[in-house]
Design a protein around this ligand. Structure first.
Ligand code: NAP
Length: 269
């Protein structure tokens, strides 16, 4: 039997809510090894000395360049913020390390730049606005439904500490619907907002509404309407562990890729 080689992983944002789960995932997965973490605090220390990580040893770097110069790594898992996440992703590719990016809020220009960098370096990179397998299915089912229902509104609901709106998942869902739906300006042609923003964001005539409340994690419903009927497709993530099976799939698959893949739905059949 072929022995599966160990994937050496660096995690950026280990003290964050997603980062913590990712550290546990790597620790518990056979053939995954945590070789370093990128953290703007605790530079030069070891993760096992940070509260909540007893027994999990990995050097801590604040400078990602220095990390990749000193540590041999295969994959960077980035779970930070769009500003620093883009810098991390570019730096990883420049050092021959394949990025798996869960950080949301990357712009179209960022994606274009990363696509070109992947082509130049021949390295794979996965950017996944949503790692939850159920959310991937929600997007796929929505794309199927959009062939038959042209009118659609997306309501995404997240915890109140989320930095970007609309969510990456909502934008990705709209993009997937756009691939099969003819552009349509929805609602009444003379519709007027008496309070600006009342109709939400507008992508190709589709409206996206962002709800932010404490108590929520990550939820989305896609509502389709036609004469005399509506169809609602909904997904709920109740904790951050719900995203980890997707992170595992992404890490395993990025090792086989030599291009940028945006969205886990392009990996999962
Ligand atoms: P979080 O709890 O706020 O964690 C973010 C982490 O990034 C923190 O550890 C933070 O460190 C670190 N960070 C911020 N700025 C940094 C910098 N300049 N340099 C280095 N580290 C920095 O957020 P979260 O809920 O874990 O989410 C992280 C990202 O994943 C967000 O973009 C979120 O939208 C996304 N997300 C993706 C999915 C998915 O399925 N793809 C699911 C949930 C969330 P400090 O503690 O020092 O601020």
């Amino acid at each position: 039997m072929n022995k599966v080689s160990t994937v050496k992983i660096v995690i950026a944002g280990p003290r964050g809510r997603m980062g913590k789960e990712a550290v546990l995932l790597v620790k518990e997965t056979e053939n995954f090894e945590l070789v370093a973490v990128i953290d703007r605090k605790n530079d030069g220390g070891n993760l096992q000395d940070v509260e909540g990580f007893a027994g999990i040893s990995a050097p801590i770097y604040s400078d990602i360049e220095k990390c990749f110069q000193e540590v041999q790594a295969d994959v960077l898992v980035d779970l930070t913020t769009p500003e620093v996440g883009m810098h991390h992703t570019v730096t990883a590719l420049q050092h021959g390390v394949r990025p798996v990016v869960g950080t949301t809020g990357f712009s179209q220009d960022d994606l274009k730049e990363l696509e070109q960098l992947c082509a130049k370096t021949g390295l794979g990179c996965i950017i996944a606005p949503n790692f939850a397998i159920g959310a991937i299915l929600m997007m796929k089912f929505s794309q199927m439904a959009a062939k038959y229902f042209q009118d659609v509104e997306i309501i995404e609901l997240h915890h109140d500490q989320k930095l970007d709106a609309p969510s990456g998942t909502a934008v990705k869902t709209a993009d997937m619907i756009r691939e099969v739906r003819e552009t349509k300006q929805q609602g009444h042609p003379n519709e007027k907002e008496t309070i600006p923003g009342a109709r939400g964001a507008n992508i190709d005539g589709m409206h996206i509404h962002s709800v932010r409340l404490p108590g929520l994690i990550a939820h989305q419903q896609v509502l389709f309407g036609a004469d005399g009927q509506t169809l609602t497709i909904r997904h709920d993530s109740y904790n951050r562990a719900s995203f980890m099976s997707g992170v595992k799939v992404a890490v395993e698959n990025v090792m086989k890729l030599d291009v940028l893949v945006y969205g886990l739905e392009n990996i999962i059949e």
